[in-house]
Ligand binder design. Structure first.
Ligand SMILES: C[S@@+](CC[C@H](N)C(=O)[O-])C[C@H]1O[C@@H](n2cnc3c(N)ncnc32)[C@H](O)[C@@H]1O
Length: 242
């Protein structure tokens, strides 16, 4: 994977307007997400283990909002040479072009990359659906229906892995998490200008929700067991098992 350093917001006029997953972002995305989301690499490191724990042969493993293909690669590692299909979906041409290159060494007969809006996806039967920091970019009003379609596609015992940035209803907790996260980004060599410009650009594009809102939506979509398996500051990953 290309690992160009993210310098997009280093200047006052760098990358104006709302945040978009375009070619400039795709070129630095691995660095951007690793330096912005504490625990992102931890999720990728543990995904092969999770895939082995839930593995069922001869079915599909989805990565929704697959970006550069990091989640698909991690699930593929968990297959341990056994037979299963990977399907990555993303509506960003630039992201998918990079993913194609990054996954070109995998068996192309068992890999499908689809340029598509998730709202238009007809899901095939699946054992694992990964949504690693993607639901937060789907309009709020569309999230329930999407999760219901994912639930319907899963085999009994199949799992949705849902990673999201959390909102906190308690103001003190929200401030505490935001201030530690601010320090995290400074520790990752982002300047105050970069942090504030990125925050302004992504405001109204990334819409976080509380853990309670996620849990109740997953429950009403039909998921029986819902539990956090990883949390770093306000970045959580949930397992929702059918
Ligand atoms: C934060 S990134 C996800 C990171 C990626 N899952 C990973 O683990 O590296 C969000 C991705 O979701 C895609 N996306 C956002 N809204 C989408 C939609 N409605 N349909 C399909 N893809 C979408 C974006 O293009 C972007 O690549």
């Amino acid at each position: 994977m290309t690992n160009q350093k993210d310098t997009l917001y280093q200047t006052v006029d760098g990358l104006p307007g709302s945040f978009r997953f375009d070619a400039r972002v795709a070129a630095v995305f691995e660095d951007m997400i690793s330096r912005s989301v504490p625990g992102y690499q931890q999720i990728l490191q543990l995904l092969p283990t999770l895939t082995r724990a839930f593995f069922r042969p001869d079915t599909n493993y989805y990565d929704l909002g697959c970006s550069l293909g990091a989640g698909l690669l991690a699930m593929h590692t968990g297959f341990d040479q056994r037979n299963a299909r990977l399907i990555g979906i993303d509506n960003s041409t630039a992201m998918l072009a990079e993913a194609e290159q990054n996954l070109s060494h995998l068996n192309q007969d068992t890999l499908k990359l689809v340029l598509q809006d998730l709202q238009d996806t007809d899901f095939e039967p699946a054992q694992m659906v990964l949504m690693n920091f993607t639901l937060q970019f789907i309009p709020l009003a569309d999230r329930q229906a999407l999760l219901e379609r994912i639930f319907a596609s899963l085999h009994p015992g199949g799992v949705l892995v849902l990673s999201e940035k959390l909102k906190f209803s308690d103001a003190d907790t929200a401030d505490l998490m935001a201030s530690i996260h601010y320090q995290y980004k400074k520790d990752q060599d982002y300047s105050e200008l970069e942090i504030s410009k990125k925050r302004d650009a992504i405001d109204n594009v990334l819409i976080p929700e509380t853990l309670e809102e996620h849990t109740s939506r997953l429950r009403s979509a039909g998921f029986k067991t819902i539990t956090p398996w990883i949390q770093n500051l306000q970045f959580i990953s949930l397992l929702a098992v059918k």
